[in-house]
Design a protein. Structure first.
Lengths: 476, 238, 236
């Protein structure tokens, strides 16, 4: 899997997903619960806006000084005895990781949840190299067992699946004989995966934030799978997007506090693990060898542009959890491993407009995403910037829309045209008014509107006519 | 106080009553109304669709039209938001950016103006019944006006306000979104309509013409017996 | 070894539209500092109350005791969790709190196997921890706000002890309590600035492992321990 999940277009996917009642119920239920938990935990701090502003300034500072912090980070990892590989592209990253795995003669690899490894399509590469790659986050594990069903949410990847579907997958694939009770299902996964952890040759993780001052990486989880993947296997490979870095532990703390509250409404998750290099002399667990792979894969093309702020993202999914469009169409409609508002901004930047030009329009620009973002990414503004580029630079807007908008622009800018136009509206619309109040089957662009709703008929007396004729009115 | 009215194109063409109510309400509160007839549309439909350059002529036209005003008041959170966007849109045009900023600074959404400029929280309105309020996204999130409508509505004699479940979710209008992504918009507006029905209120109040057209249009189609009113109409009832 | 660094970082500087800087530490002049005001006006006892309250949110049992009674409390807890095997850190604090007799005499006599982390046993440490019913460690720093124990793992303080056993008990000397993660970060950051090397693994643990990946239903106990108890003890 890379950024793009499958072939097929946005409109068809939306149509299919709108039919999926279970998914829609699950998504709206999850949104409601996560929203209120996030708000409760944010309000409790009493000065959430200040926290957001601090998060924003930290992320902006890091992006502005990324060269320095990457140098410091990699120097410190090396001092601790770790290896660092800078990967310009997905291929570079995959090739390096494959080499390490081959050198270790590794057959079994356990992975903890990582968006960037999804982005570069690492699993497919390792599987092709003959490795058994096992996802260990419960949600990711379920999806992997179910013939690599793609994730639909960046924090809760299997949100679209119900427990009965999961029971069936477990029955078919891992010899499960019990009920569809989530606790029983999870316990079975624990036992099955425990065995895998104990016999794995390599553990692969993502990285929530790397800490430049100490050469550390941090992992934020609830299940403990990232801890297992970095405690038992002899080799650890951590893959990080190049922007996921903080100067010191003090900024780590702020961003982790923002992340856990925004993602799952927890003060902290069960495990925040900070790892600094391989195990030391005198240690009996932890990896003997540590590799950090720092991935660009298109990010530097975003730096220095009007989209730079999207790199502030800490992958909490708060924007996804409040988006009223995601609420109905679910994650798979976006056809990107990054769904929702952040996905609609990031995906065209990483994977191009050709396949994803509809995404910036899958928003009412309601601003719920911007309001929820803990590091103040102006997401709805960035969606709007995409639209401007699609229209003005890429020329990918429909021609009919272009003509209409141009006509609108001219009409709106000219008072005589506007006045005549609005006056004519009543006459033009007359044949379509089945009664006086509403139009139910409109012509041209109104057709789409009236497929769903009535359209009000333009009034014979416009407001400006009333104002002009009104007694005591100011006739200008 | 002399108030220059920006009535918005939707009200001008489709919702004449909202314009009338706005004028009468402001006059009752002691304002003198001025309506420059050169006003057109704020430019949002084409701007939000990405046609930024095409929209600039309309924007400049509006800046000229309202240049002489002391304060500009509009019965739409969304169109007021658009005026507040003007300085950003014209930031690279030296002659215009300062003029855009002046307009943004003196432009108020109607309820914000009444509560925060006129300092009136009870406009003396009377309306019997139960109502629920849909807060529009641009007004609450982008303009930051959250409390003013509720304050004014809570003081309408005879009106009992019912909280609207999931009030924070967009109604699915979104300008061209409503036709470009019709099937998604339909689900969104249906959820909004269902939420309104669940309150058992007879009236749904909103502050934006776009939301009203969308929600009322869907209610008409589904034959839902809830009356949709603009907040100016409610506040002008007596 | 560091590979492919120079062109990668140079490309970033180019994108940022300036000369590459890898030597001059950027100044961090933060305008905001909300964490400095969060819970910092509470006394130690008030912090303990905050901590206790949060325990119920994270499905963790809370016990407060004195140093004299710690042994009995700990023995009861292990019984409640179903006895041994018990996996523990190699840690002087077990002696400070008078637990050595329990570990080396009483439990073995009661057929409760105790495995102390021993570097010389290599990989067997992991196997013994994996077999254990209860893992016991001390807390190095304790965060009131989130009811979190911070464990510095290296040498005799193996990572596995708080992770692989079925259940987990943290012994928390009252003096280790600070308001929140802010203070822990300051303590660690200070070490770094003083030229100390941070331990290879630091864990911030808040309760047992859990997941909500199946229909958003909370399941307590996934890959890490299924149950957890915190014992707060007056310092000795």
């Amino acid at each position: 899997m890379a950024v793009k999940i499958t072939d097929g277009n946005f409109k068809d996917k939306v149509k299919d997903n709108l039919q999926d009642d279970f998914m829609r119920g699950a998504v709206s239920g999850a949104q409601d619960r996560l929203r209120s938990r996030r708000l409760e935990n944010a309000e409790e701090l009493g000065n959430w806006e200040e926290w957001r502003s601090h998060g924003e300034e930290i992320r902006q500072h890091v992006l502005e000084n990324l060269d320095y912090y990457l140098q410091e980070l990699s120097d410190n990892v090396q001092k601790l005895g770790g290896h660092v590989f800078f990967a310009q592209t997905a291929d570079d990253a995959n090739r390096y990781i494959e080499e390490v795995v081959k050198k270790k003669n590794a057959k079994k690899i356990v992975k903890s949840k990582s968006m960037v490894t999804e982005e570069i399509g690492l699993n497919a590469v390792l599987e092709k190299a003959g490795c058994n790659v096992i996802e260990t986050d419960l949600g990711e594990y379920i999806l992997q067992l179910d013939e690599h069903d793609p994730p639909s949410h960046i924090v809760a990847p299997a949100l679209h699946k119900n427990k009965e579907q999961i029971r069936k997958v477990f029955e078919e694939k891992i010899n499960y004989k019990k009920s569809n009770d989530p606790t029983e299902l999870a316990r079975h996964a624990r036992e099955t995966l425990r065995n895998e952890f104990l016999t794995a040759d390599v553990g692969i993780t993502g990285c929530n934030f790397a800490i430049a001052e100490s050469g550390s990486i941090s992992l934020v989880t609830n299940e403990g799978n990232a801890r297992l993947a970095t405690t038992v296997p002899k080799t650890q490979i951590t893959v990080m997007g190049m922007e996921r870095i903080v100067p010191t532990f003090e900024e780590l703390e702020v961003l982790v506090s923002l992340l856990t509250r925004s993602a799952v409404g927890q003060k902290l998750t069960s495990y925040i693990t900070v790892l600094s290099g391989p195990r030391r002399e005198g240690d009996a667990d932890g990896p003997e060898e540590f590799h950090l792979v720092i991935v660009d894969n298109g990010r530097s093309k975003i730096l220095g542009t009007e989209f730079q702020s999207v790199l502030q993202c800490i992958r909490c999914a708060a924007c996804i959890n409040v988006c009223p469009v995601y609420r109905h169409i679910g994650g798979h409609s976006y056809n990107s491993i990054y769904p929702g508002p952040i996905g609609a901004v990031l995906t065209p930047l990483l994977a191009g407009y050709d396949d994803f030009k509809e995404l910036p329009y899958a928003s009412t620009l309601c601003g719920a995403c911007t309001e929820a973002c803990p590091v103040k990414i102006p997401l709805h503004d960035l969606l709007h910037k995409h639209r401007q580029i699609i229209v003005e630079k890429e020329g990918k807007a429909p021609i009919s829309e272009g003509l209409m908008m141009k006509a609108f622009g001219i009409g709106a800018a000219s008072n005589p045209l506007y006045t005549t136009g609005t006056k004519l509206a009543t006459k033009v619309m007359k044949p379509f008014m089945k009664d006086k109040e509403f139009i139910s089957k409109g012509p041209g662009p109104l057709k789409e509107w009236t497929m769903i709703r009535e359209f009000p008929t333009p009034k014979n007396e416009r407001f400006r006519d009333w104002y002009k004729n009104r007694e005591g009115g100011d006739n200008k | 106080m002399k108030v220059t009215l920006f009535v918005t194109c939707l009200v001008d063409m489709f919702e004449t009553n909202v314009g009338k109510a706005t004028v009468e309400l402001l006059e009752r509160l002691g304002c003198e109304i001025d309506f420059p007839t050169a006003q057109v549309c704020c430019g949002q439909p084409s701007y939000n669709s990405g046609y930024v350059e095409h929209t600039k002529a309309a924007i400049k036209k509006m800046i000229e039209t309202f240049e002489a005003a002391e304060v500009v008041v509009t019965p739409s959170g969304s169109c007021a938001t658009m005026f507040h966007e003007y300085p950003k849109i014209l930031k690279d045009e030296p002659g215009w950016s300062a003029r855009a900023r002046l307009l943004a600074e003196k432009t108020y959404e109607l309820t914000d103006f009444i509560v925060n400029v006129l300092k009136v929280e009870d406009v003396g309105a009377k309306l019997t019944g139960e109502a629920t309020y849909h807060p529009s996204c641009h007004m609450t999130r982008l303009l930051g006006i959250k409390d003013a409508p509720y304050t004014l509505l809570s003081n309408v004699e005879g009106l009992e306000m019912k909280p609207l479940p999931y009030a924070y979710n967009c109604c699915g209008f979104g300008g061209t979104f409503s036709v470009k992504m019709g099937n998604i918009s339909e689900q969104m507006v249906d959820e909004k309509v269902d939420a309104a029905i669940s309150t058992n209120a007879q009236i749904l109040v909103a502050s934006d013409g776009g939301c009203i057209m969308n929600i009322a249009g869907r209610m008409q189609r589904r034959q839902v017996p809830v009356k949709v009113m603009h907040i100016a109409e409610v506040l002008n009832s007596h | 070894m560091i590979q492919q660094r120079a062109p990668f970082i140079k490309n970033i500087a180019t994108a940022l539209g300036r000369e590459m800087n890898t030597t001059k530490k950027p100044e961090r002049n933060w305008k905001y500092n909300p964490q400095a005001k969060t819970l910092t006006d509470l006394s130690r006892d008030e912090l303990v109350q905050v901590f206790q309250k949060q325990c119920s949110n994270i499905h963790t049992d809370y016990i407060e005791t004195t140093a004299d009674q710690l042994k009995e409390v700990l023995a009861n807890r292990v019984d409640l969790y179903g006895g041994g095997p018990v996996s523990i850190w190699k840690d002087e604090r077990f002696d400070t709190f008078g637990l050595r007799n329990l570990l080396e005499e009483e439990w073995p006599q009661a057929s409760i196997e105790v495995n102390e982390w021993n570097v010389e046993n290599g990989d067997d440490n992991i196997i013994l921890a994996e077999k254990a019913n209860v893992g016991i460690t001390f807390s190095d720093i304790t965060l009131a706000e989130s009811a979190t124990v911070v464990l510095f793992s290296t040498g005799g303080q193996g990572r596995s002890v708080s992770l692989l056993p079925q259940t987990y008990i943290a012994i928390i000397p009252k003096s280790t309590i600070v308001p929140r993660m802010t203070q822990a970060a300051q303590i660690i950051s200070e070490k770094v600035q003083n030229g100390e090397t941070v331990p290879p693994c630091i864990n911030f643990i808040s309760g047992p492992s859990n997941s909500a990946d199946i229909e958003m239903n909370l399941v307590v106990g996934v890959h890490g321990p299924i149950k957890a108890t915190y014992i707060i003890v007056e310092d000795r």
